[in-house]
Design a protein around this ligand. Structure first.
Ligand code: GLU
Length: 358
């Protein structure tokens, strides 16, 4: 089984409230080691760089972004030292992957991450992933590690994503724990994490994102003894987000990871064709919005609803010229022959809004 485990800053904070909890890390690493010793593959997404850097330097709580980034740069080393020591006690090596939003939007970079993870699995080395906080400005930030972990889970087509937090899961409005997530249940409003970037909203979004493509997600309290081991063995702890039908890895990336560069508005006929699993042809395109190039991911929109995400064979400039025309006329208009389809069916994934829920 392939398992992505995400551990948040609040869990990693030590009892004094400053710096990382080395005992917690050792316990987590022991659980993960037991899983890998039993033939599972585990990828760890760990926050805690900031908490760790802050704990080391004990400076005044910084407001300015470069100081925060500096603390992450310092803390990341300390964090990895703790993981390396703890996994070392179980005779395992660790590896560090620091990534940003760009690395997931760009399919080539995304595939590089995936291939590296495949090789690390072959070597039996534990990958530990965090955002590259030092270089990540707002535009290229994933922003929180719940989202990051969901991208990793989709990228590797994991079987399960375990989001460890310091509360018992997701709560209903009346304060009771929701054991199986249901879209329609009103939720208890909860504060975001003090140390980390995420909160219950990012966790739910991350869990839904992966369950949409066939990956089970669990939001659970990482302080429950052996939580990771027990969840991996099927015990019902926390809130589970059951998986829907499995989607091919590439489609999952198109639909739920890559950031769309523009929009293609289509007519009713094209909408029907797409929902039936067919390709998008130029004849069905009404207009385009945004600047995009061949190979970019775009939103396919009918009226106000995004019905699909797809990879476009034409740039926005080209598509403005061939919108509404028959495929046989493309060459005459563009001066070169191109693809019959704007987006091939293999590169299209229907979004839940179009079907009224996945
Ligand atoms: N990357 C940040 C850190 O290591 C945490 C991000 C998050 O809390 O989601 O401190």
């Amino acid at each position: 089984m392939k398992i992505v485990v995400k551990v948040g800053s609040n869990l990693l904070l030590n009892k004094r409230g400053i710096g990382i909890d080395v005992d917690y890390i050792r316990d987590l690493c022991n659980q993960i080691s037991t899983l890998t010793d039993n033939g599972n593959e585990v990828i760890l997404v760990s926050s805690g760089a900031y908490v760790s850097g802050y704990g080391l330097l004990k400076v005044k709580y910084p407001q300015d972004i470069s100081k925060k980034q500096a603390l992450c740069a310092i803390g990341q080393v300390e964090l990895m030292k703790a993981y390396s020591t703890a996994f070392g006690e179980r005779k395992k090596y660790v590896s560090q992957l620091l990534v940003t939003r760009d690395d997931f939007d760009n399919r080539k970079r995304f595939l590089n991450i995936r291939n590296t993870l495949i090789s690390l699995a072959e070597f039996g080395v534990i990958p530990i992933i965090n955002e590259n906080d030092t270089v990540a400005t707002d535009e290229i930030r994933v922003g929180d590690n719940d989202t990051l972990a969901s991208y990793v889970a989709i990228g590797t087509m994991a079987d399960i994503l375990i989001l460890l937090t310091s509360v018992n899961g997701v709560f209903a409005e009346d304060g009771s724990l929701i054991s199986v997530y249901d879209e329609h249940l009103p939720l208890l409003a909860m504060e975001n994490s003090h140390w980390g970037q995420g909160g219950v909203k990012t966790k739910i979004a991350a869990a839904k994102r992966v369950s949409n493509v066939g990956i089970t997600a669990v939001v659970a309290n990482g302080r429950i003894p052996n939580a990771v081991l027990r969840i991996a063995h099927g015990e019902k702890i926390g809130t589970i987000f059951p998986k829907s039908t499995t989607v091919r890895a590439k489609k999952a990336w198109i639909g739920f990871v890559a950031k769309p560069s523009g929009k293609i508005f289509v007519d009713k006929g094209a909408r029907t064709a797409i929902l039936q699993g067919k390709s998008l042809l130029p004849i069905g395109v009404i207009r385009v919005e945004g600047n995009f190039f061949q190979g970019d991911t775009v939103e396919i929109t009918f009226k106000d609803t995004v019905i699909a995400h797809g990879i476009t064979n034409y740039s926005s400039d080209e598509l403005s010229k061939i919108r509404g025309v028959y495929t046989s006329d493309i060459e005459k208009i563009l001066g070169h022959s191109g693809y019959e389809e704007v987006c091939h069916a293999d590169n299209l994934i229907i979004k839940c809004e179009a079907k009224g829920g996945f």
